[in-house]
Design a protein. Structure first.
Length: 273
């Protein structure tokens, strides 16, 4: 998955010279006349922000697969330049183990300018660009070059700002996005949260613009579906390994594995209500 040096240079030039609509939208949030400063909350999940503890370094310092599962149910918080906060519950992740993992950007232990964050301390953000347009956000874990991709969020707070950021990142005018469409995919959640390459190598335990807080009612083993990763392609056995995890029955997940869920039901694993 790592790119050639030539493409890395081109990517670096693109990032430094291109103006992204999301950046303009973030600036606009600061100056929009008559904007409602009060956050909008989702009816699906209520969060009590007061005195909420921030997840610390010891939480992130665990093996990649363990961290990918532990992220489920936790809350990602993004503070916009205008002071408003976006909150989203993590409902889907993918583990990328580095080393022998043929689908990882750090396969073979290769470290480049692009993937340097994957080799930094657990809790470091690794943000990369795909197709020259979209961004994906990962969090480093234990293990050389290992990181967890955040695939989908359940929007909890700041939904109007998320819609504005998503709208700014899309080329053609489209109908108003529903709640479940805002963050149901790795690039979508980056758009909705205003995440771009500037967030690469940021520390989730130290940064003032992005962090995580514990979620309420952590999911049990019966609530978590373990299945294959998305868009891996021809990666041999690694395309079939169950390294994607999501909250069973959650409508904000990007891709549901109905076959795996039927197998879980047959084994008597009923999701908690």
């Amino acid at each position: 998955m790592p790119r050639k040096r030539k493409l890395l240079a081109q990517l670096s030039a693109l990032q430094s010279n291109t103006s992204f609509p999301q950046i303009d939208a973030l600036e606009k949030l600061n100056t929009t006349p008559g904007a409602d400063p009060s956050p909008k909350s989702s009816k699906y999940f209520v969060v009590e922000k007061k005195n909420s503890p921030q997840l610390q370094a010891d939480f992130f310092n665990q093996p990649c697969v363990s961290l990918a599962k532990s992220f489920l149910g936790q809350i990602l918080v993004r503070k916009l330049p205008d002071g408003r906060e976006l909150w989203g519950r993590i409902v889907e992740t993918e583990a990328y183990l580095g080393g022998e993992d043929e689908a990882s950007h750090s396969k073979g232990g290769k470290q480049t300018q692009r993937n340097a964050a994957m080799f930094m301390k657990p809790g470091t953000l690794y943000v990369y660009q795909i197709y020259g347009i979209y961004f994906c956000m990962n969090v480093s874990s234990q293990g050389e070059g290992a990181a967890v991709l955040l695939r989908s969020l359940e929007p909890l707070q700041g939904l109007d700002a998320m819609r504005e950021l998503r709208r700014a990142s899309r080329k053609a005018p489209t109908r108003l996005l529903k709640d479940w469409q805002l963050c149901n995919g790795p690039s979508k959640l980056c758009q909705a949260f205003g995440i771009d390459k500037a967030f690469d190598q940021k520390d989730l335990t130290q940064d003032a613009a992005i962090w995580m807080v514990p979620g309420q009612d952590p999911p049990g083993e019966q609530d978590v579906v373990a299945t294959t990763r998305i868009g891996i392609g021809n990666r041999g056995e690694w395309a079939q390994k169950p390294l994607r995890f999501y909250l069973r029955g959650n409508k904000f997940v990007s891709v549901v594995d109905k076959k795996m869920e039927r197998e879980m039901a047959a084994r008597g694993h009923s999701p908690c209500s």
